[in-house]
Design a protein around this ligand. Sequence first.
Ligand code: PLP
Length: 426
Amino acid sequence: MTNNASLQSRRVAAVPRGVGTAYPVFAERAENAEVWDVEGKRYVDFAGGIAVLNTGHRHPKVVAAVREQLDKFTHTCFQVLPYEPYVALAERLNALAPFKGDAKTIFFSTGAEAVENAVKIARAATGRSGVIAFTGAFHGRTMMGMSLTGKVAPYRKKFGLGVPGIFHVPFPADGVTVQESLRAMEFLFRADIEPGQVAAIIIEPVQGEGGFHPAPVELLEALRKICDDHGIVLISDEIQTGFGRTGKMFGIEASGVEPDLITVAKSLAGGFPLSGVIGKAEIMDAAEPGGLGGTYAGSPIACAAALAVLDVFEEEKLLDKANVLGEKVKAAVAKSAQRNDTVAISGIRGPGAMIAFDVMKKRGGNEPDADATKRITQAAIADGLVLLSCGVHGNTIRILVPLTVEDNVLDEGLAKLEKALIAANA
Ligand SMILES: Cc1ncc(COP(=O)(O)O)c(C=O)c1O
């Protein structure tokens, strides 16, 4: 019999535990912000496959574009026989990216691959190797991605030493000030690596897995200056912030700071595996032909999907919608927080629709409560709401509902969220 329990026991026997799964709920089908499991139970999806579905599950325009491409060809490898959807998508992203001069774009499949390649490009452009990242950052699970990630458990645990030449500076969250971060950078330049050996500084404009903490504008401006002073490449990792989630196409746009390279993935192709590096043309051209790429990198199916995603963004004005949606979600959570029967929550935040809040042991207190956070996500899934936690203390609830969600489905999800906040208080 195919049910969640039988699939879970097959999954445990056949798939290693290293790939964690939030819930033993096996998906059968999905539409926009709703998912049905193999037992026919319906869920409101506030996770969006971890920020992949800003345009929802199976957006009709995305599905149509993919079908059309499927009927033409599915793979030639861009490095063998190139194709127009790749070039057309690069052209559109170059036009959208917040660079003053000319931009170029290269595609890959996963976010981690985009990060790997952004660092390779920065190394080629500077002739240097060092990279500076931040504590709490998440940049992927490949060797370079893991090395840049600023959280040991679970991402680096048991995997030995990372790539040499990578340094972490405290991210200004959790009581750390921008001045303290910058002072740590000064110490780093004195103690460990001179700026002239640093190829890149990589930062998420809003830390994703780290707890949805926006990078203060003051920090981004200071990083821009450090990069300008020392010829360092500034990489904005927009894999989670990208594609409209923050109410801007790219999260860093809100700060007015111009990065040198941008990594994108997740919602770029509305559910198809596609990632990319968009950057200033002169930096992007530093690598030698053949040095970048990949067999599946920039699959024609995924490029066709991404072109449709960009159309949907324009036609459905999803950037505006992200802001409206975000305000609505924040107001609902703030209202729930005022009840006296929910768990203690604080720090309701977001730019646009990248919304999160923290779960605390006591109202007005500052001790994180990871156990209560787990109780919230468990109560939510039991009630038909897919909800994700994050944060360096595991006490942040993040909301990544599709920007295309129908009003009634959003309201239903918010009501379920409130119920879960109450249930977790028991
Ligand atoms: C900011 C950021 N960078 C990189 C990655 C890695 O992306 P992927 O899981 O597609 O390799 C993620 C994934 O969550 C991310 O949020």
